[in-house]
Design a protein around this ligand. Sequence first.
Ligand code: PEP
Length: 251
Amino acid sequence: MTQLIAGNWKMNGTLDANVALLGALAAGLGPQTPAQVAVCIPAPYWAQFRVLAAQHPGLKAVALGAQDVSAHASGAYTGELSAAMLKDFGCRYAIVGHSERRQYHGETDAVVAAKAQQALAHGMTPIVCLGETLEQREAGQTFEVVKRQLAAVIHINGHCINEIVVAYEPIWAIGTGKTASIEQAQEVHARLREQLKAASAQAERIKILYGGSMNAGNAAGLLAQADIDGGLIGGASLKAADFLAIIGAAR
Ligand code: PEP
């Protein structure tokens, strides 16, 4: 399947810096790339992205993504952004359940599942993040933790899970420079694939991305694994050359 390389800018960017970063990305990408590419950028810059995408042919193939979406459709939820709003701005993807949201904003498995449901209901692809802490890995709980996190999403989304993207992101590897080894990553991906297969006859087409300090040097090895269908890239997506190198390593 075509791999997906999605950048997660987190809370980074300025109007000027975005022009430089997206311009460099556009210059390095042809109008067509073998991989699918997305950038999940802060909401205030979605309109700017649309303007730049109209100017740069190299951004034509780059999809826009959000870093979060509300679990609610609309109403008195100050500060939240609904799936309908994301859709209005042309978002194709919405990251849900990133470990930073689970950790700093207390998002539970049920909330993450409801967020995925909102994205799906509005025709967007939720990128559902899962992953264990270092403590959980050392206690031998990795499979149990990611299974529980994914089960919550499968439970309320039923057959719609064919439309999700899963991102396995071991928390201890995010922003730390410590990448899961190729074997560690593939092992978890294979287990997640089994779980998806038990829930859907079309599980083979559900992308499972790896995230956690993926960079220009380690991307090729990770992306060559049978069950690794792309990457969710944090820090390295803020440097055009690094992000382009990762895209170049994808199939
Ligand atoms: C992320 O935050 O999704 C991520 C993978 O970050 P990094 O690549 O910086 O580890």
